[in-house]
Design a protein around this ligand. Sequence first.
Ligand code: B12
Length: 275
Amino acid sequence: MSASHYTLSEVAERLGVHYMTAYRYVRTGRLWAHQRGTQWLVDESELERFKNFDPPRRDRDSTSTHRPRRPSVNRLVARLIVGDESGCWTIVQEFQGGGATSKVVYLELFAPAMRAIGERWALGQITVAEEHRASAVMHRLIGRMGPQFRPRGPRRGSVVIGAPSGELHGLPVALAADMLRSTGFNVVDLGADVPTDAFVGCARDTDDLVAVAIGVTAAQHRASTAHLIETLRRSELNVPIVVGGTGLSERDAQRLGADQWMPDVDSLVAMLRTE
Ligand code: B12
């Protein structure tokens, strides 16, 4: 093709592999490519990087749970940014084929990939549109994973979880909700940006409620979190109100009136089991 880009046929020729193998490298995020019309193009520098650091016939982390996760995370990030859902799903399947449980997929593949996307956005390496596209694909991946988190064992009561009004980060809440659900709780996931009255109304209407969990990912949502907690208190639900997510510290959560701050879902489950 042009001096600085190669078509997939040219890439295959230079790597000495079949065209379909080169295509697979692209669709699984191993080799970065961009699409022009129906054609995939690979930058010369990317092909050099691949030749030097990612020799073709290596099938890393597809066979063992003990191998480093990072290559899979990097490949997922690459496919998320270009909005390639089926390529992302192939990476998830490879990851699970290597023995990773659905929880490990969330904690060691999805969460680090989304954090990496946040870093790239903060550094100006990806656009806001690319971040949104990646988020949309991540929502779809979570949807596909959902059935793997169906509750097992005895029912333990209901938890209503959601993000306060104005807080748009629904992905962390969705991940937390699935992991909680798999431990036997009936989880009502209200998602992002829940109007305060709707949040409280839902908690009041939920049978066998054992806790209300609020997910806050961006620090700017202190005021709406405080308002939500205060309104929940006034409705006298008599269940713990916990806050989780990376937006608020333990101290913040206490100041805002929460009963507890939860660093992760396992801590929430442990707390609820001792209640
Ligand atoms: C995707 C994304 C978005 C998407 C959200 C899409 C969606 N539907 O969720 C969009 C584009 C909307 C967005 C918007 C913004 N974002 Co944003 N976003 C992200 C990004 C890249 C990924 C979020 C994510 O999914 N993380 C992965 C999850 C799995 O990780 P996690 O949060 O640690 O969650 C785990 C645990 O904490 C726990 N957990 C989470 N919640 C809960 C709740 C409970 C109860 C429990 C028990 C546990 C628990 O379980 C999870 C799994 O282990 C992050 C980067 C990052 N580091 O997270 C930035 C990030 C969160 N965003 C950030 C910012 C600044 C914004 C904006 C303000 C940008 C802007 N200027 O407009 C807006 C805010 C909009 C708003 N009003 O809320 C900052 C926040 C900094 C801060 N601490 O305040 C980050 C960190 C990016 C950065 N590097 O600076 N964002």
